[in-house]
Design a protein around this ligand. Structure first.
Ligand code: SF4
Length: 153
């Protein structure tokens, strides 16, 4: 008898890992409409900016770790983080790399556009308290951002 586990695709369904492995989830990039285990999109995507919730979650963990290692924090405005990393997740699926959604060309220029964290992020944080996208913050600036509420855009 196999143990059921919650599928990492974001649909929140308990599945048999034998028929719905993480590798299968990777193949469908978390897109539950195409999920091989037969899971239908029963719950809305966690993030309205991406159809790849598993990629978004992975980016969120990765960027939180990047922030911590460098003495920064992610923007306390959750909606802003969801937008930046949700769009970055789309770029990641499209190109295999986390291209910055705020600085990218349309369509993405694989040679000229920058990947996150970009070469100028530290200068931007030193000057403004946050990077251009407002994803990474200096700790004190993040406190202010949290108190003054979300800036959209
Ligand atoms: S501006 Fe911020 S989110 Fe965009 S690539 Fe640079 S560090 Fe990453």
């Amino acid at each position: 008898m196999s143990t059921k586990a919650t599928c990492a695709c974001g649909a929140g369904k308990k599945v048999d890992p034998k028929t719905c492995s993480v590798s299968q989830v990777r193949k469908c990039h978390g897109d539950v409409e195409k999920h091989p285990c037969g899971t239908k999109a029963q719950t809305p995507a966690k993030n309205e900016w991406t159809t790849h919730p598993a990629k978004y979650e992975a980016l969120l963990k990765r960027m939180a770790s990047v922030a911590k290692k460098n003495g920064y924090v992610l923007n306390p405005d959750k909606a802003r983080v969801e937008k930046v990393l949700g769009l970055m997740a789309e770029n990641l699926v499209e190109t295999g790399k986390p291209y910055c959604p705020c600085k990218q060309s349309e369509p993405i220029d694989l040679k000229k556009d920058v990947r996150c964290p970009c070469p100028t992020w530290k200068q931007e944080i030193a000057k403004d308290g946050h990077c251009f996208c407002r994803l990474f913050y200096r700790v004190r600036a993040a406190g202010k951002a949290g108190r003054s509420g979300a800036r959209k855009g």
